[in-house]
Design a protein around this ligand. Structure first.
Ligand code: AMP
Ligand code: ZN
Length: 116
């Protein structure tokens, strides 16, 4: 699949609508279409990266920014103290279905570990 066909690239540049909760020069955060928890936000880099498996040292800044943004959204929305889960599904066994790297930020209920 080309970057042109990538649904998260289209969300990042506004060609596909989303419920944005945060954005800056490096990333966009929006509500997941099929939430798995009371809060389920996806945080994506504006730059297309297929998956964590395809990330390299050149992406170090963007990857750090995604995690710091997750923490910042959690504090801003008031669930940081109760807790939350951050997930990066990677490739087939990891359950990745959209091949534009994304961080799931889940909150609002307890999560079991290990996940299924
Ligand atoms: P993953 O399985 O880790 O690749 O996660 C992909 C996520 O993207 C799933 O949780 C989907 O519900 C979500 N998703 C797919 N299409 C959209 C969309 N158009 N807007 C918001 N979330 C989406
Ligand atoms: Zn993309």
């Amino acid at each position: 699949m080309s970057v042109e066909d990538c649904i998260f690239c289209k969300i990042a540049d506004g060609r596909i609508p989303s419920e944005r909760v945060y954005e800056d020069d490096t990333c966009v955060a929006f509500n997941d279409l099929v939430p798995q928890a009371p809060t389920h936000i996806l945080i994506i880099p504006r730059e297309h990266i297929d998956s964590l498996d395809k990330a390299s040292a050149t992406h170090k800044g963007a990857l750090g920014h995604l995690l710091l943004t997750a923490g910042s959204i959690a504090r801003d929305r008031g669930f940081a103290e109760n807790g939350y889960r951050v997930v990066i599904n990677t490739n087939a066994d990891g359950g990745q279905t959209v091949f534009h790297l994304h961080v799931h930020l889940l909150a609002g209920r307890p999560f079991i570990f290990p996940p299924g």
